[in-house]
Design a protein around this ligand. Structure first.
Ligand code: 4AD
Length: 429
């Protein structure tokens, strides 16, 4: 009796059994008119199938049909399992093929085909795990998962990088982050929340790390004493994440590394925390001049990443106490020096993956800061009003999912870790 099974599940025990498998026609090789070899692929595994007239009694018509298949067709194959003496082409994992160099735009134009490569299969299985681990960890720490609106009245992060739209005759925006509503949930007595959802940024510049739509992993929580409690969560969450990825995604990481070679991420069990001032000093000592009250540009961030790796042996660290002037309006200034703020960025291999902070929970001060940052307070009045009915000190952070996967795997372009990327020049497929 015939059994339906998976290409990857064909084992010695099935020898001589009749099986049905489904997969893609990976390669097709006719030999004369009486024989055709067909390699069937599914989930990164391949098996060689043979259709032959004399030895197997397959009809000539069927051999012709197999020989004429198009590569990548979906096929159902019924056959008897034989175990080759020399199992090179058996049910082994697909070896890293030499893939032809195809430029990125072409790949993205034909993304459904591009996604089938072992490296891409690996990337998106890793991405799935990042979301999984994020959710599992936070649920185990008493966080509640929320879903906030993506259609909002005003911009959530300020600045011009916002998609404007018409909401039934009223001006509206696509949310640049769940920032305002995750804080409003804290005002609503959920003391720890998180969200995994779409984030929209009308980015002008075409870079290796900016998308116009990405997946945000967001966290917001009540603070008991100090904003370091938020950094503690970042620390434990990400160390757990890296450990779990290395453990659960060994095959996927290998598949990615075969096409895009990279070194495993270097990180420590207790995540290094440096103040912005310490970072600036390290750069200064290395001969890099930066504005001590400005933001670090991409190049300075990279350089600091190198210096940190040399000095502390880690490629994952937190930089905190940023100058207030370079942070969004809702950021809490430091209590001891209002030129600085209770905020932080987190870096992997010298590139930002997270930004976070304590927030202002006093409504009058919040309105004052919004105005000072050039935001029309009327568009966020319901947000500011939320704090008038009592709000605890709180803070949180936002992570870009695509950036985490890109940098964990040492990939040079965020389009590789977005299934169907949206950038300033692309809205299809
Ligand atoms: O630094 P951002 O803009 O911070 C916020 O959205 C805050 N609301 C977070 C908070 O809770 N304080 O974005 C957070 C993260 C960045 O660190 C980066 O990883 C990612 O989102 N990100 C982008 N990813 C892809 N394309 C873009 N255009 C991105 N902009 C930010």
């Amino acid at each position: 009796s015939m059994v339906r099974t998976q290409v990857g599940a064909l084992t010695q025990e099935l020898k001589e059994k009749e099986v049905l498998i489904r997969g893609r026609a990976h390669t097709i090789r006719p030999v004369g008119k009486n024989m055709a070899f067909l390699v069937v692929r599914k989930k990164g595994f391949t098996v060689q199938c043979l259709a032959a007239t004399q030895s197997m009694g397959v009809s000539r018509q069927m051999v012709k049909f197999v020989a004429g298949l198009n590569r990548e067709s979906i096929v159902d194959v019924i056959g008897v399992v034989s175990v080759p003496g020399n199992p090179i082409k058996g049910t082994t994992q697909q070896a890293g093929e030499q893939l032809p160099r195809v430029n990125q735009d072409t790949r993205l134009n034909f993304r459904v085909i591009d996604i089938r490569t072992p490296a891409n299969q690996g990337i998106f299985r890793i991405q799935s795990q990042v979301g999984n681990i994020f959710r599992q960890f936070l649920l185990s720490e008493d966080f509640v998962e929320i879903h906030t609106p993506k259609l909002i009245a005003g911009s959530s992060e300020g600045g011009s990088a916002v998609f404007k739209l018409d909401y039934k005759g009223q001006p509206a925006c696509l949310a640049q982050s769940p920032q305002l509503h995750k804080q409003m949930s804290i005002c609503g007595d959920f003391d720890r929340v998180f969200e995994i959802g779409a984030v929209y940024r009308a980015e002008d510049s075409y870079t290796h790390r900016h998308l116009c739509e990405f997946t945000g992993l967001d966290v917001e929580m009540e603070i008991e004493k100090h904003y370091s409690e938020v950094m503690d969560i970042v620390d434990r969450l990400f160390v757990t994440m890296f450990d779990s990825l290395n453990e659960r995604c060994e095959m996927e990481l290998e598949a990615v590394a075969r096409q895009y070679p990279f070194e495993p991420l270097k990180y420590k069990p207790n995540t290094l925390r440096l103040t912005f001032e310490e970072g600036v000093q390290m750069l200064k000592d290395a001969g890099v001049e930066v504005d001590p009250l400005g933001d670090l540009n991409t190049e300075a961030e990279r350089k600091l990443g190198q210096l940190v790796l040399e000095k502390y042996g880690t490629e994952f660290y937190i930089l905190h106490r940023y100058p207030l002037a370079v942070r969004p309006f809702y950021t809490m200034p430091c209590y001891d020096d209002s030129l600085y703020s209770n905020s932080f960025d987190v870096f992997i291999r010298g590139e930002e993956i997270i930004s976070g902070a304590q927030r202002i929970h006093v409504p009058a001060f919040l309105a004052e800061r919004a105005q000072a940052c050039g935001i029309d307070v009327n568009t966020i009045s319901t947000y500011i009003d939320s704090f008038r009915y009592g709000a605890p000190p709180h803070g949180g952070f936002g992570v870009g999912l695509e950036r985490v996967v890109m940098l964990f795997c040492g990939l040079g372009n965020i389009r590789k870790t977005s299934l169907f990327p949206r950038d300033p020049q692309r809205i299809a497929p």
